[in-house]
Design a protein around this ligand. Sequence first.
Ligand code: FE2
Length: 277
Amino acid sequence: MNPRQRFEEDGYLVLPGFKSPNEIARLRQRAEEIVDAFDPSEGSGIFSTRDQAARSERYFLESGDKIRCFFEEDAFDENGRLRAQKSLAINKIGHAMHDLDPVFDAFSRDVRLGEVASEIGLERPLLYQSMYIFKQPRIGGEVKWHQDAAFFDTDPPSVTAFWFALEDANRENGCLWVERGGHRGPLRERFVVSDGTASLERVDPTPWPTTQTATPVEVERGTLVVFNGMLPHYSGPNRSSKSRHAYTLHAVEARARYSSANWLQRDGSELPLRGFP
Ligand code: FE2
């Protein structure tokens, strides 16, 4: 089976050794610098006021064309001060590093990524989103079953995820679990924004797969996992003493109609959408 057939059959593709230790080290260092430079009082850290939920929602919803840091839920005390070291309380960085930061840009626009994209049949993928996920030792939480297409609704469905293991990912530190072939099922949920408020809507009653039928995607550092945006997946909590850093990109086909209810909108943004070289 060639890579395209494998991708179409399973809904995902595992490419070990895709990124070199050097490329990974540069990205990790840059992420560390971004976190170091971040002032928690800027937004997500404000936990003492009554409108905290509204504020953190806005902080998230306005991050589509910015570089922002997001912290673990319990990272702040009632005075909005970090309980732990910033570098251990950070949950992720999002969502436009690939367009705003030269190091992230270079990592994300690797010529070989364009080759992978065409190999699996993508026509003109546009990079909408980047996320650097820390999955901290012991506190890195579970991410429940979902389909990434819930966040990038297009007609026809077209979102593809590129997931890079920046560290070994296994069952102990919260690797990905997928429903192999599950991308042929329906879109179950849609994350929609209306009047500045986001909500997750159930659009199809098909139940989520069970843990028993899920396949763990245990991979070594440097592996690229490409998956169809319709593929149901989750990741377990990190119960280990090691972090599980990962970097993800989400690409949408230029020809597909992008829903105006999606949270991430680049229309009207100064930042033009770009694909791979
Ligand atoms: Fe996901």
